[in-house]
Ligand binder design. Structure first.
Ligand SMILES: NC(=O)c1ccc[n+]([C@@H]2O[C@H](COP(=O)([O-])OP(=O)(O)OC[C@H]3O[C@@H](n4cnc5c(N)ncnc54)[C@H](O)[C@@H]3O)[C@@H](O)[C@H]2O)c1
Length: 308
């Protein structure tokens, strides 16, 4: 029988997850949960599944095996821990939590409940980043010397997230993870500065526009992180990411500014997403579908999740 999966948080990301589950040959969508009744009912009706306001209903529902938690960064702990305690497998959107203590509490509940927890780091399923990590691990570039990683997106994303997230949690967590994963070195120390001048910062609490950091990593490696939601909304691409590792023998570099498809219309050029969740032949393809199907397959067949 296919895994029955409920999606908790039916905003931008939750709706994509719901669609990937509905299209997956390995799973079926069981329910939609959202605090906002209109959102929950509307999204659930699109998929013809049950709609709930809180995870209470899911915790008690024997017809739900697993869940995807896609609520805002600051709200991850409560639904994730309650679902794990109820014996449900959880795919938790990144960042695991918005504080170290909350992340540790979630990890502790996962350990003690023996429910399965996977944090959704989408770049782990991106062939470019996984390819770079494999090349560095095989020694192709020699010993890493320095590494640069970052991403920039539209101002509209910051306006939507103002007061509820930060460029660090929403964007930079991808690059912080990738920098350490690809080089195989942990960040040991960093110096960071934020800029906070755009209009979106009338929010409460105030929200950074962009963050730049100089990093020290294990083994004397130095790095640079930069991320933000500062691009004008008419910028052609919303996913502008890069990573470069230079080592003693060579280098690896990723530039996702150009996704390979350029469209010129009446309002100018756009470069649609060709990486994370592009629609291909009426289905969501790309990294997100691979991530979700990996979670479903691992839970269904009692396999290990991807390692470090
Ligand atoms: N993997 C990626 O590339 C990627 C991209 C974007 C966002 N994200 C992550 O996905 C998560 C959601 O982001 P988003 O952009 O979809 O946010 P969003 O604001 O669009 O949607 C969040 C939804 O959660 C609902 N909600 C809030 N608290 C809830 C609770 N306790 N129980 C049930 N519903 C609740 C809200 O009503 C809202 O509909 C964040 O953690 C974000 O960092 C990941």
């Amino acid at each position: 029988m296919s895994l029955r999966v409920a999606v908790v948080g039916a905003g931008f990301m939750g709706q994509l997850h719901a669609r990937v589950i509905a299209e997956s040959p390995l799973a079926q969508l069981a329910a939609i949960v959202d605090l906002d009744a209109d959102v929950a009912d509307g999204v659930a009706a699109n998929f013809g599944v049950a709609s709930y306001r809180s995870v209470d209903a899911i915790c008690e529902d024997q017809e739900v095996d697993a869940t995807i938690v896609a609520v805002p960064d600051t709200a991850h702990e409560e639904p994730a821990t309650r679902l794990l305690q109820a014996g449900k497998a959880v795919l938790l959107e990144k960042p695991m939590a918005h504080t170290l203590d909350a992340a540790r509490r979630i990890a502790e509940v996962a350990r003690s409940s023996r429910s399965r927890l996977m944090v959704g780091h989408i770049l782990r399923f991106d062939p470019r980043y996984a390819g770079a990590a494999a090349q560095v691990a095989e020694g192709v570039v020699g010993e890493p010397l320095h590494v640069t990683a970052g991403r920039f997106t539209f101002r509209d994303v910051g306006t939507r997230m103002a007061g509820r997230s930060s460029p660090c949690f929403y964007l930079g967590i991808h690059d912080i993870d990738a920098m350490q994963w690809v080089t195989g070195r942990r960040i040991t120390r960093l110096f960071a500065r934020a800029v906070r001048t755009l209009a979106l910062n009338s929010s409460e609490p105030p929200t950074d526009d962009a963050i730049f950091a100089t990093c020290e990593l294990e083994g004397g490696v130095v790095g640079n992180l930069q991320f933000g939601w500062t691009l004008p909304n008419n910028f052609p691409s919303g996913i502008n990411a890069r990573l470069e590792v230079v080592g003693t023998m060579g280098s690896v570099a990723i530039d996702t500014h150009d996704h390979g498809l350029r469209v010129v219309g009446a309002t100018g050029m756009t470069i649609p997403d060709g990486l994370h969740w592009p629609e291909t032949n009426q289905r969501i393809a790309g990294d997100l579908a691979d991530e979700v199907n990996h979670f479903v397959d691992s839970v269904s067949n009692d396999k290990e999740f991807l390692g470090r």
